[in-house]
Design a protein. Sequence first.
Length: 532
Amino acid sequence: MRMGRNPLVIGLLALPCIAACREGAAAPRAGTREMRAALADTLIARSARRDAFSPLKNAQLGFDPVAAMRAARADVIAAETETDLFYALARLSHARRDRHLDVALVPGGIQLLDSAGLEIRGAAVAAPRRAPVRFFPDYSADSAGYFVGDVAADERWRDLPAIGSRVVSVNGTPAETWAAQAAAYTRHSTRIGLRWHMAQSMGLATAAVPSALRGERLQLEVEDANGARSMFTLPYVEEATLAWSGTGEPAYPGLAQRLQTPTYDLLVPEDGRRFLVLLWRGFRETMVADVDTLMAYADRQGLLDHAVILDVTRSRGGSLGPYAMQRLQPRPFRTTFGNLRISDVTGPFIAGKRDEFAARSINDGGVAETIDDGSWLMAWLETDVAAALARGDAYTNAVPFKLAHASRDSDGVLSPAPLHFRGPFGIICGPQGGSHLDQFVAITVDNGLGPVVGMPPGGYSNTWEWDEVVTFPGTDQPVIAFMWNIGHTLRPNGEILEGNPARVDEWIPLTRDNVRGYHALMLERLLARLGR
């Protein structure tokens, strides 16, 4: 999960400064060929010693992350413009195939004329514009391609492709070729997640991909169910101005909304059947309070013996999922564990957490990382982790995840809360999200808490990341912010989670043929498994 980021401006290795710098001349923002070579070499070396790579992921994807970075080195050296350098560094970072790891623009560093959709430290991020169509992967086979999954619904758009139409080409490029080219700029940890996120970016005017992969307008060729092909030229507009038909989004006819919070919508059957559905949005700032609201409502309404079904197909990550799990179902369970890779940033990381603890703010982007005040976490960092650093260990010991719900000597088994749901439990899942969501699903599967149907989550999770603003060697000239994954998340079954999502009990792929009733289909299958 994306936690514990520590911005820090650090120069690269103390290499001999280039001649121009020694003479006092200002270096170009994109550097010289010599500077870019040193930059690439240092980022690769730091990744080799800092990143907590996942052998399971590497084996499943058939690659070596350091070798993949070295293969991208030549592009960094050849990048003579700021724009070329940005995309070369993005490819260098994404070569590690880790959904959490990104690059960001920084003050004084390389700049882009168009930065919509990119992270910019210390500045507002311009939202990318969107065409009035949305796309999904057809998961019926690895090579089934992409299709039109939703269209804008207001009166401005009278000529749009039909829902379910197969994408033939994007901006004049065959869809398969476009996807192969976009993959290098798409952060991912699994193939299923890669396809999802490429589909989402297909209709966006986002600077996350080079301008060659997007145009001023979206030129789209599609093929309908009868094999007829059509061309469409669609503008990009502000996404907030678009109203969607909603095809492909979670929809459950016959269920009525009873509660709505930032964390979930609570749906119950209008015919009195004894189950409820939570359209789950994430494990964010208000999750604990929202779960407490749910439990109080369920207790008052006599719902605690109902089956609980979570639709997490549109969920974000966050923290403290075991708090929800202790209340949403009736069984004890073992939580996830985690560790840290020992490297040159371990000491600064401990110092950063010490500062957060002193400020009573151990959190990630406002999301609390621990149930307590962080004392368990700090005790581990300042004893076990500090000792591992002093010994030069490769990794620390593994402890219950972030010491959020159990101390470091615990077996990680958590019991249900005094007030909890007593009926069956199940999950409707898909590849959009990951991070803490991946942990929540892994806890469900590895502990046998209930069936999961649909498709696995995105397959990405770690303990913490580290980032810093890197400079060209021998100078104080910023270039970009770069990130590293510095710890493993361990599933309850002991396996590394990164690139290794829990398997679903019933594989129900999203396809161009079932998109209109997809979520209702998954609910039907899950209810059958729960005997409801």
